[in-house]
Design a binder for this molecule. Structure first.
Ligand code: AMP
Length: 457
């Protein structure tokens, strides 16, 4: 956390907080009851009270901690209680990727089910009808808009959306938005808001640029910090140090013990994802690929098949390293070491969610040693090394660069910059939107004791 801005600690809560103990609206509690959510996660216990008090808040937490509910539940309660302009967008939630925006929207549909609060999701898809639907829903005053930055800015610039009466803004995964080059868009959005507003910011890390935004646009924010950058304890982490040319054989070895089910295999580039998918398919594995070259429709189909267990292995770029809400991923395989150790934490955080156990296996090749050291430094210890299968050879770290080689440093730098741009494009080659207006629902009768509902979300 940067110390460039002043923050006040959030009120402390008892170690076990039940949702029923919190002053959430009955409609929200009803939805939680239906979903069998009883106890708060730590981030929820600490964030819900200050948000309900109307305070600005900085939450430092990664996905898998329950952060989405930590802001949605109090936000729905605030919107349900206060009178607000029916023809204005009252709350804007910004997410860096379409996948995270979709996930937030799904959670919102569940939590808002009985509240009559409606939302519109603006996150991609490529047709003009959608765009028109979104425009109309803005004008009719969607209570909550969940959006990725690209298209939202387009709507703002075309005058389709007016944020001057938007009294609540939530920035989810703010550090990721920074990485993806959206920081100026976020500043632009913040400047559109009325002076009296509530700003809530969630981020896994707190780089200086995000600290500066907090200082400029937030007022005396409460700060809640949950186990930053540490993967869940229930993830069994291990590595194979093997030559790049042996990586596919190691993957085959891993899958030889048990037919892969619910496995995500991460690779750093789209080309690599395509190549691995082709190789796995050739070997008869049930797999699918996920990267930004796919259309939104294709992405949705791939994710649906994976959710429905029709696909055993999802081979993906970091497009799914955050914001994929599938709780029973059994194994994450890193085909290479992500260069940013935070990405490692996010990738492996796809497994062992919601208290389950999971495996994270990383293949360390000749080019991965520096990245491995950074990851182990962040974790504060060595990751267990697996013995290599027969016929595979250990990778040896390349010696330090010779002075002659150093002269080509600028070319490496150029490549790295391009890599970073590619990565940003990969995750959000966006500029497109989906818009869905949900109907208001009538509240059904239910029997709390038996946990029955006549109308399930
Ligand atoms: P998130 O960090 O918001 O992506 O949430 C991670 C997962 O935990 C999601 O599948 C949520 O549905 C689930 N979850 C969040 N809060 C709770 C809770 N209080 N009790 C049980 N599951 C939860």
């Amino acid at each position: 956390m940067t110390d460039t801005h002043s923050t006040a600690p959030a009120p402390t809560c008892s170690p076990e907080t039940f949702f029923e103990e919190l002053p959430l609206s009955d409609d929200v509690l009803d939805a939680l009851w239906d979903m069998r959510f009883e106890k708060c996660t730590p981030i929820q216990a600490q964030c819900i009270p200050p948000i309900l008090e109307g305070r600005d808040l900085i939450g430092i937490a990664q996905t898998g901690t329950g952060k989405t509910a930590a802001y949605l539940l109090p936000m729905l309660t605030l919107l349900a209680r206060a009178s607000h302009d029916a023809d204005a967008v009252n709350c804007l939630i910004m997410a860096p990727t379409r996948e995270l925006a979709q996930q937030i929207d799904q959670a919102l549909q569940g939590f808002a089910y009985y509240t009559g609060i409606n939302g519109v999701a603006v996150y991609g898809g490529n047709d003009g009808v959608r765009f028109e639907q979104e425009r109309k829903s803005f004008q009719q005053g969607a209570d909550i808009v969940v959006a990725t930055p690209g298209r939202l800015i387009t709507h703002l610039q075309l005058g389709n959306l007016d944020l001057s009466r938007t009294t609540h803004l939530i920035l989810d995964e703010a550090d990721r938005m920074l990485d993806m080059g959206f920081i100026d868009d976020i500043r632009f959005l913040l400047k559109q808001l009325p002076p009296k507003r509530q700003v809530i910011l969630f981020s896994a890390t707190m780089p200086d640029e995000i600290g500066a935004i907090a200082k400029e646009f937030m007022s005396n924010p409460a700060e809640v910090r949950i186990a930053v950058s540490k993967p869940a304890e229930k993830i069994d982490q291990s590595i194979y140090v093997c030559r790049n040319t042996d990586k596919m054989a190691v993957v085959g070895h891993i899958f030889s013990h048990k037919l892969p089910e619910r496995v995500i295999l991460f690779a750093s580039s789209k080309a690599c994802v395509k190549e691995i998918t082709a190789l796995l398919k050739k070997r008869g594995f049930n797999c699918a690929q996920m990267h930004s070259d796919l259309s939104q429709k294709e992405r949705d189909e791939v994710m649906l098949a994976f959710r429905q267990r029709k696909t055993g292995i999802l081979v993906a770029t970091d497009i799914v390293s955050r914001g994929i809400d599938i709780d029973d991923i059994q194994m994450v395989i890193n085909y290479d070491c992500p260069r940013d150790p935070e990405d490692y934490v996010h990738r492996i955080g796809r497994t062992a969610r919601a208290g389950r156990e999971g495996n994270a296996v990383t293949l360390v090749g000749e080019r991965d040693f520096i990245a491995l050291r950074k990851i182990e430094k962040l974790l504060g210890g060595h990751i267990r090394r697996n013995p290599l299968p027969e016929g595979c050879h250990e990778a040896v770290e390349r010696p330090k660069q010779s002075p002659r080689r150093a002269s080509s440093n600028h070319r490496d730098k150029e490549r790295k910059t391009k890599g970073a741009t590619r990565k940003a494009t990969d995750v959000q080659a966006d500029g497109n939107t989906h818009g869905t207006h949900r109907p208001r629902h009538r509240k059904p009768t239910r029997n709390k004791e038996q946990g029955e509902s006549s109308h399930h979300p």
